[in-house]
Design a protein around this ligand. Sequence first.
Ligand SMILES: Nc1ncnc2c1ncn2[C@@H]1O[C@H](COP(=O)(O)OP(=O)(O)OP(=O)(O)O)[C@@H](O)[C@H]1O
Ligand SMILES: [Mg+2]
Length: 269
Amino acid sequence: MNEPFLSIRDLHISFSRYTPKLTIEQITPVRSLNIEIYRGEILAVVGASGSGKSLLAHAIMGILPSNAKMSGEIYYDGQPLTPKKIKQLQGEKIAFIPQSINYLDPLMKVKKQVQIGLPKKGKKKIQESLFEAYDLQKQDGDLYPFQLSGGMLRRVLFATSVRDSVKLVIADEPTPGIHAEALDKVLKQLRVFAENGMAVLLITHDILSALSISDRVTIMKDGTALETASANKFEGRGEQLKTSYAKALWRALPTNDFLNAEGLDNVTM
Ligand SMILES: Nc1ncnc2c1ncn2[C@@H]1O[C@H](COP(=O)(O)OP(=O)(O)OP(=O)(O)O)[C@@H](O)[C@H]1O
Ligand SMILES: [Mg+2]
């Protein structure tokens, strides 16, 4: 098998925080996390709220909050991914679609934000065609982020990731609040990225959408990867999945309806 394009080894992320009694305690929301993403594939990371998915994305992008302590290794194309290196790669080689739309610059017109990282020659044209592709009006480009709806902003964020030069796409919940047609477009575009040889990390709650387009799925629970399986292993009653948690998660889906989702809390490994 070829080398992983992005490899995360034994990642731990901890925070110190004050308890109500004003003592300091340490929490470790990401622990012993190992993830590998190959060129030309979509790896979906799914897991409940608070399972550490965004922290994983922020660790890769070098944007963890300053009070976070991180250990472990992140390799990009065989090289350690240092903060300096991320700065060089971001926008051109690594596209990050953050979960929070607060990552857009509130004081910059959205068309300018979509033009960042585009080739100097023709950036206006490319931005306009991206707007058209994502059902944004030409005049929307002259608005500031606060003047757009959440769903429109999500599409703006997504448009900022569409670049020929990009090798790695990290999309943290790119689809909430967008209508079905736009959802379909976003998912199809992620597939196109992978088919063009990019490595795609798709973070989502939506396991069904994830399964419809991804090659492999990592189930995250309490900050660690419980199981990684090919998307086609999610079928039937989940017999091909290894952990009871992954089986239960699969069987709890409305389309399967075998197991009451509440039962999930009691399932461990
Ligand atoms: N700045 C912070 N300070 C302290 N703890 C934090 C901080 N950021 C995250 N955490 C802890 O890490 C956990 C995981 O957070 P993270 O944002 O990665 O979850 P997530 O899986 O992305 O959830 P969601 O699906 O809701 O986006 C949180 O539940 C919280 O306990
Ligand atoms: Mg998150």
